[in-house]
Write a protein that binds this ligand. Structure first.
Ligand code: AMP
Length: 200
């Protein structure tokens, strides 16, 4: 994904709350089992849990010394306010709003396929070379259980209600960079690099 690529480019950890939740699901913990139900329904995991997970992760030495790409968090105003407290002594450098029309989001997500072992992303329009096995590691490439049309519609509703207000929240704080998410992955990546560079 673009976030993975940015993290590799800058040599910092990629901290994805979705990936962390999916790791808990794969580990088969009780917490993971409950999180999977919430995720598959396209709902949001509670702010209290998510803030705890992120607080603990941002405290790890790699994130403290090198910085990080935070992906999928915050998704609500309560999470954004908690993040402000967590990062009080090392504030965020830039917050990127990747702008893509909703119809395109719906199409991209419902066509998305993912490697079950390494997480590499494919699409129905850009599949792996061989029969839905990953080009990188031969893992099985499947559709995420929460990438069905119904779950995606619910996620888009929640995005509009809970997450979109954060665009104004971060604009008020002078942290917002709006980046056009249409075009080839390479084009979008170059725009992301420019946005980070402009933020200094
Ligand atoms: P993602 O991989 O970012 O699309 O996240 C997949 C799912 O994990 C979301 O649809 C939510 O159910 C859950 N999730 C991930 N990040 C958060 C968050 N910051 N707050 C609440 N739920 C989250």
């Amino acid at each position: 994904t673009q976030a993975t690529r940015l993290a590799e480019h800058f040599g910092v950890p990629h901290i994805s709350t979705g990936d962390m939740l999916r790791a808990a699901v794969a580990a088969g913990t009780e917490f993971g089992r409950r999180a999977k139900e919430v995720m598959d329904a396209g709902q949001l995991v509670s702010d209290e849990i998510m803030v705890g997970v992120v607080d603990e992760r941002l405290d790890q030495p790699d994130a403290v010394t090198r910085g990080y790409i935070l992906d999928g968090f915050p998704r609500t105003e309560a999470q954004a306010l908690a993040l402000e407290k967590i990062t009080a002594d090392r504030p965020l450098q830039v917050v990127v709003d990747l702008e893509v029309p909703e119809a395109v989001v719906l199409e991209r997500i419902t066509k998305r396929r993912v490697c079950t072992t390494c997480g590499r992303i494919y699409s129905v329009d850009a599949p792996p070379a061989q029969d839905w096995t990953c080009d990188t590691d031969g893992g099985e490439v499947v559709q995420r259980d929460d990438d069905t049309e119904e779950a995606v519609r619910r996620r888009l509703e929640l995005y509009a209600a809970e997450t979109l207000p954060l665009v104004a929240f971060y604009a008020e704080r002078g942290l917002l960079a709006e980046v056009d998410g249409l075009g080839s992955p390479d084009e979008v990546f170059e725009r992301l690099l420019a946005a980070v560079a402009a933020a200094g």
